[in-house]
Design a protein around this ligand. Structure first.
Ligand SMILES: Nc1ncnc2c1ncn2[C@@H]1O[C@H](COP(=O)(O)OP(=O)(O)OP(=O)(O)O)[C@@H](O)[C@H]1O
Ligand SMILES: [Mg+2]
Length: 333
């Protein structure tokens, strides 16, 4: 049991009339992982979360969550999972403290522990000084923080977060990211995170899945997906502005490169192979071009995402046929 996946989906589908919201989805999520799910509006992320929580019945396929069947073992499962839904419903007539006490009781937190646990969550989400006010008067971000506190109140082994940072300010977002890392890295809890924030996914997630029209179109670590886009890299060069013309003429001698001059001596070089970097720097140095910075830009999850969806990120060679390459390596078409 120890190494069995926390989430196992085999060919899971869900239809709504003619719409196939989730289409033969097969995914495994490992214990302690921060697993990201990306995809356009309507790609099937929220439907997947609802299926995994037993809120929706699949129209096909098999799934296990923490070894349980979400439909048959719903109550047992919900004691071990926490969910932050897209539009969390809190009781607006109650205070934050009362909301948390209610849910702690509902989710089976031991009665003697409830007051302490509620206090801890109010502290963590910086709601202590407003804890006794009615939630109806809270701001959107405060409600979101309260909903996060609620999803964690019973210390779930598996946490589903559907757009958790949607209403949060930058400080609260950073705190949330720290908390997610702590839950995963130190407490070994598993996080299933749906997000539109590609930078968030890149920095936070151990692995990500990209959905399109309910189908899985890519899965892997952000670095793996980036490498599948191809071997070309982008370089950001900064040279002395008065040597810009010399630098550009030298870069022209490398036929596979595209050098785009930017302001103040900055040059964006795309299409380069990693192995070419030493020769390129040596050629500039030989011509006495002062080099202030050579920064290698690895393909990001954003590049992968736009390559998969066939749109340009404006990053030259990176998005060429990226989708085909990723799909070929995944053995799909
Ligand atoms: N209860 C429902 N009844 C009918 N159609 C639904 C229902 N729930 C979802 N759908 C449809 O299923 C598809 C997937 O929706 P879903 O909410 O899972 O997308 P999403 O990836 O979460 O999108 P978003 O990024 O906008 O939150 C959409 O076409 C949606 O209209
Ligand atoms: Mg959604």
């Amino acid at each position: 049991m120890e190494n069995s996946p926390v989430i196992q989906m085999d060919g899971v589908s869900r239809r709504f009339g003619d719409v196939i919201a989730v289409d033969e989805l097969s995914i495994q999520v490992r214990a302690g992982e921060i697993f990201g799910v990306l995809g356009h509006n309507g790609a099937g992320k929220t439907t997947t979360v609802r299926l995994l929580n037993g809120v929706l019945t699949p129209t096909g396929g098999v799934m296990r969550v923490l070894g349980l069947n979400p439909i048959e073992d719903g109550p047992q499962l919900r004691r071990r999972t926490g969910v932050l839904t897209e539009t969390p419903s809190l009781d607006e007539r109650l205070s934050a403290r009362e909301n948390l006490i209610f849910f702690a009781t509902l989710y089976g937190v031991d009665t003697p522990d409830i007051a302490r646990r509620v206090g801890e969550m109010l502290e963590t989400f910086e709601l202590s000084d407003r804890a006794n006010e009615k939630v109806g008067g809270y701001s959107k971000g405060m409600k979101q923080r309260l909903a996060l506190a609620r999803s964690l109140i019973h210390r779930p082994d598996l946490l589903f977060l559907d757009e958790p940072a949607a209403a949060l300010d930058p400080v609260a977002t950073r705190q949330l990211h720290g908390l997610i890392r702590r839950l995963s890295h130190y407490e070994k809890r598993t996080i299933f995170l749906c997000t539109h924030n590609l930078d968030e996914a890149q920095r936070l997630c151990d692995r990500v899945a990209v959905l399109e029209h309910g189908r899985l179109v890519a899965i892997g670590t952000p670095a793996e997906l980036g490498r599948q886009l191809g071997s070309a890299v982008q370089l950001d060069l900064e040279v002395s502005p008065i040597h810009m013309a010399v630098a550009l003429s030298i870069l022209k001698e490398f036929p596979n490169l595209v050098a785009t001059p930017d302001q103040e001596g900055e040059i964006e070089v795309s299409g380069a192979q990693r192995e070419q970097i030493p020769a390129l720097v040596a050629a500039l140095a030989k011509a006495s071009v002062p080099i202030y910075r050579v920064a290698l830009q690895e393909p990001s999850l954003e590049d992968v995402y736009f390559a998969l969806h066939g749109a340009s990120t404006g990053r030259g060679a990176l998005h060429n046929n990226g989708r085909d390459r990723i799909l070929q390596r995944e053995g799909r078409s």
